[in-house]
Design a protein around this ligand. Structure first.
Ligand code: DGY
Length: 326
């Protein structure tokens, strides 16, 4: 790394305080327009740069990584999910990758609970009705939803975010079940009063609500495929604040349309910002535009993590949030 300020290319507009601090510490190349860059534009913008700061909206695939100039030694992702970065290709070019874990855990868990409540209590549908001017007033049988207290939530992926969801829903009187690559330590399981299911299929068949909180990897791609979605009870709800690619979106839309699943709350999609057209006409799905980490506090904290990761890398320390290929 050079003695002068490191040259840092940022692909999207970041919070004001983050960009200002980056300008103080680095020779920062910012994207004031916030328009997502094409691969060619990224390559042009990293000419002579030492660090690339992408987000989930950039496809940092092997083709792009192969074209990065030798000066780029670090990809410091603004975000925790790194499924848009080809880690193998980065590794092959000896380019380090970092992310921003921990600082968006609570925000994403809050969004999960938001969607769980909104879907089960038909909040978005009610909002649309009120705005349409067609609401005719209260009635004992009108717009009946489902109580969440006393119901079972099956969490797929019991990492930081899954555990934060578990802590929250306990407060709503739900019982927590989970499926994870590794079983939690006994103490954590006891504290969360969580029941472990080694077999995902069996868990799905017994749940009232399912929340996806695992990363998107080769192993979790279409983890909830048509076959698995068919295992859910007809009164079950599916919540996804992780990555769209974990659910077979077309199959989910079909099952929701046929009322084979009661409802869904989605914050993420297979081909963002495109949405499976069949989902758009359904009343039993709440659709949010990838808002999991979208709080002022969270986004600033993510930016601070990016800065710390860059600083420690430039100072020749191993950044704490370095991501290794599994
Ligand atoms: C994340 O951090 O992975 C969020 O999905 C937004 O990038």
């Amino acid at each position: 790394m050079p003695q002068r300020k490191p040259v840092v290319t940022v692909t999207r507009t970041l919070p004001d305080v983050v960009e200002t601090r980056m300008m103080e510490l680095f020779e920062a190349r910012l994207n004031a327009s916030d328009v997502p860059m094409t691969s060619d534009e990224i390559i042009a913008a990293v000419e002579g740069a030492n660090v690339l700061v992408p987000t989930v909206t950039d496809k940092i695939d092997s083709g792009l990584i192969d074209r990065l100039p030798d000066s780029v030694k670090l990809i410091a992702n603004f975000g925790v999910g790194v499924n848009h970065i080809d880690l193998e290709a980065a590794n092959a070019r000896k380019i380090a990758v970092t992310n921003t874990p921990g600082v968006l855990t609570d925000d994403t868990a809050d969004m999960t609970v938001c969607l769980l409540l909104a879907a089960s209590r038909r909040l978005a549908e009610g909002d649309r009705l009120v705005r349409s001017g067609k609401w005719e007033g209260w009635s004992p049988t009108f717009m009946i939803g489902h109580r969440i207290s006393g119901k079972r939530l099956g969490v797929i992926g019991m990492g930081r975010i899954g555990q934060a969801v578990a802590r929250r829903v306990k407060g709503f009187g739900m019982t927590v079940h989970y499926h994870n690559r590794r079983r939690l330590h006994e103490d954590v399981e006891t504290k969360l009063e969580a029941t472990y299911w080694e077999n995902l299929d069996q868990m799905l068949a017994h749940m009232d609500f399912v929340s996806i909180n695992c990363p998107h990897t080769k192993e979790t791609h279409h983890l909830l495929n048509e076959e698995r979605l068919n295992l859910l009870k007809p009164h079950a709800f599916v919540i996804n604040t992780a990555r769209g690619e974990i659910i077979e979106e077309g199959a989910l839309a079909r099952l929701l349309a046929e009322n084979k699943i009661a409802g869904a709350g989605l914050d993420v999609y297979e081909r963002e910002p495109e949405i499976e057209p069949a989902l758009l006409g359904l009343d039993n799905v709440v659709l949010a535009p990838h808002l999991g980490s979208a709080t002022h506090e969270g986004r600033v904290a993510m930016g601070e993590k990016v800065i710390v990761n860059i600083r420690s890398f430039v100072d020749q320390h191993n950044p704490r949030d370095r991501v290794y290929q599994i």
